[in-house]
Design a binder for this molecule. Structure first.
Ligand code: 6GU
Length: 237
């Protein structure tokens, strides 16, 4: 996969892209990620990328020219999903991450403080995403969240760190409680069942704990999850 990030603050991405799983994925060439400072595509002598809103009002608006020019300089941009990040976008989800992970090329447009000129939304972007109902100072953090969640789904990225199939959300349920050594810490014991070695009972316990936790914390997820008869029985207990 190729990922291009248009931003006025490329330095914000350095730590995230050079650490942990995202670094490994790039080293393995499963994904190639580039940042592009669209200020470099501004044609006026002050390198401005924003201007006052027509009709008046507070704040500045990102001009179309530098963003269109920066995108059009990316090879094969016509085949890419061009994703604008704004609080007005469609809510990002695991389902959207799975959909985007099947693409060959993603381009992210990050605005900072300002809004985008509407012509970018209408004639350049193919998608508009938000990561939740709160306001960030810019799209950069949202782009990092989306890139992280999409990259970990690409074949060959996750080893034993996690199986994508058993992720919470891909199953529609929250994860069950996990324990590691020691068996007793400050008097708090690991549930006996996990030490029993009885794999069927352990699986049943985990499923029940997942269901309980989802019911208590996220009943909205439970409404969407596909439960079989055994799951329904476990939920009643
Ligand atoms: Cl994508 N951008 C900004 N500025 N704020 C947000 C967001 C995006 N998603 C949630 N809040």
């Amino acid at each position: 996969m190729k990922i291009d990030i248009l931003t006025l603050f490329p330095e914000m991405f350095t730590g995230v892209l050079q650490s942990s799983i995202l670094k490994k994925a790039q080293d393995k060439e499963v994904v190639t990620i580039s940042t592009i400072n669209f200020r470099d595509y501004s044609t006026n002598k002050h390198k401005t990328v924003d201007d006052y809103p027509y009709g008046g009002g507070h704040g500045m608006v990102l001009k179309p020219e530098p963003i269109f020019s920066a995108v059009e300089a990316i090879p094969h941009y016509e085949q890419a999903r061009i994703i604008m990040l704004t609080p007005q976008g469609e809510k990002f989800s695991q389902k959207k991450a799975e959909e985007l992970s099947k693409e060959k090329h993603l381009i992210f447009l990050c605005g900072h403080y300002e809004g985008f000129d509407e012509r970018i939304r209408e004639h350049l972007a193919t998608d508009e995403l938000s990561i939740g109902d709160y306001v960030l100072t810019g799209g950069e953090l949202a782009a990092m969240v989306i890139i992280d969640s999409v990259t970990r789904l690409l074949p060959g990225v996750l080893g034993n760190e996690g199986s994508v199939e058993t992720d919470s959300f891909s199953l529609g349920l929250l994860e069950y409680p996990q324990y590691t050594r020691p068996e007793e810490y400050r008097g708090w014991r690991v549930p006996d069942i996990l030490l029993s070695g009885h794999h069927q009972n352990i699986e049943k316990w985990r499923k029940k704990e997942s269901l309980k936790r989802t019911l208590l914390r996220r009943p909205d997820l439970l409404a969407e999850a596909t439960l079989d008869q055994t799951d329904r029985e476990l939920l009643k207990q």
